[in-house]
Design a protein around this ligand. Sequence first.
Ligand code: AHR
Length: 341
Amino acid sequence: MFWKRSYGLIMVGLLLVMMIALLLSGSRLFTDIEEEAHIEEEDRIVVGVSQLGSESGWRTANTESVQNAFTQQNGYFLIYNNARQKQENQLKAIRSFISQRVDYIIFSPVVETGWETVLQEAKQAGIPVILMDRNVDVEDESLYVTCVGSDFEKEGEKAGHWLERELVQRGVSGQSVNIVILTGTEGSSSQIGRSAGFATVAEKHNNWNILEEKCAEFTSTKGKEVMKTFLKRYPDINVVVSQNDDMTFGAIEAIKESGRTVGVDGDIIILSFDAVRGALDMVADGTINVDIECNPNQGEYLLRVIDMLEADETVEKMYYVEEDIFTIENVTEELLQERTY
Ligand code: AHR
């Protein structure tokens, strides 16, 4: 009887010892993984990215490109923030990156002005700032290290030169041409550059009448709204220059609803910017006459720049991404299949 009771006690004791051992080894295992993760995180390069918003298809592609570049596998820890088109949100995000002592700050400035103070703060904290997509207008260029983005002025010029050639081909280059322009976010590099580039070409043609330029904030809804007012105000529009594809989609809807026609066989010529998949489909079917590409795939370029900085190599102040121009002649099935955005 006694033997049986002490045997039972021994078994309970053994079980207890085993459970404690298991718990200890379990918690040890857990600690190891945690420590490892922590160490790994410390080994990685911490990048704070302030994206300006999500106003367009182009912007979504740009965000994806950055998120696909700064991955754990590539050795990065990414802190991402969407500023929803508000400069004050970008300022807050940048200040929070500074207080988190990130290794690099990357941001796409919603407008060009108003960044001196926060960039000064980043510089004092010793954090290199890299601009993406758009530029800043600052006196002291040492406030940022480099910029990866588009040559917006050149894009505007490309649009102007395409129109020159098109009018010659149609045999109407000597006639009066009525143009309306849908512009993007006022004060942004893409708006400033595209407007200036197109204007340099337009200025050379006395018969190009720019009836009106109006901001439609790079969105489809605004594009439609502004185009409707243009159509009411001007019954004789020949050309629409729309500074991004989203505004173009809205503008085309408004034109079609008004009973007018667009594109290669239509009575209003459409010039657009970005060349996202949906717009290239419309170039292929003749709805949009020309699309000036703006390349959102900037993640790879940014990776290369950081690699160079990590290797103490000198970087240039500006890196332009590669961009093309698309018409019905060169939008191939292969290109459409390849375009992921
Ligand atoms: O700055 C790039 C522009 O911003 C793109 O053309 C537009 O689609 C985006 O919103």
